[in-house]
Design a binder for this molecule. Structure first.
Ligand code: FES
Length: 176
């Protein structure tokens, strides 16, 4: 594989990240996210690129990338689906949804489907407990009140490369 590089437009974007902070070190998180969106995963050559671009030690960049679960140092499936099985979601259908996904999609021990199209993980609270159970796709699109049927529909659309439409969290009127 060719050595990964950033385009001039991406480098300009990274410089814009750096200008927001007092040190270049502070721009490591948005730069890692940009790199992950572009390359799909943060493999060692990609981490090296980020470190070189920001003028940081490799170990510093790797430390950040391996600390936060939103960064993928090794992608195991084409689409990452995270089902929240934390307290509220777990009690409100998240555990059943996780069990359904495991069985219906024949997940292996790492949560990956046989064709490697989907990679499931359990998630800690995603901050939308009142719409439990919740799932997150690729760390950037959430789905609320997910039933097995809704999960099947989401996966069908992802197979054609289509992210489900943005759903806003319904805000309930406390007086009703
Ligand atoms: S417990 Fe699932 S979003 Fe909070």
């Amino acid at each position: 594989m060719d050595k990964p590089t950033f385009t001039p437009a991406e480098l300009a974007q990274i410089e814009a990240f750096c200008r927001k902070y007092p040190t270049r070190q502070s721009a490591v998180m948005p730069t890692l996210w940009l790199a992950q969106e572009k390359f799909g995963e943060l493999s060692p050559p990609v981490l090296e690129l980020v470190a070189d671009t920001l003028g940081l030690p490799y170990a510093h960049v790797e430390g950040v990338a391996t600390f936060y679960t939103m960064y993928l140092t090794k992608r195991k499936g084409q689409w990452l689906i995270e089902i929240c099985t934390c307290f509220t979601c777990g009690e409100c259908g998240g555990q059943e949804l996780w069990a359904y996904a495991q069985e219906k999609y024949q997940l292996d021990k790492e949560g990956v489907t046989p064709d490697k199209t989907f990679w499931f993980r359990e998630a800690e609270c995603l901050g939308a407990c009142d719409t439990a159970p919740v799932l997150q796709i690729e760390g950037r699109r959430m789905a609320f009140s997910v039933t097995p049927e809704k999960l099947d529909h989401i996966l069908q659309r992802l197979r054609t490369g289509e992210l489900p439409p943005f759903e806003s969290v319904p805000i309930r009127n406390p007086e009703v």
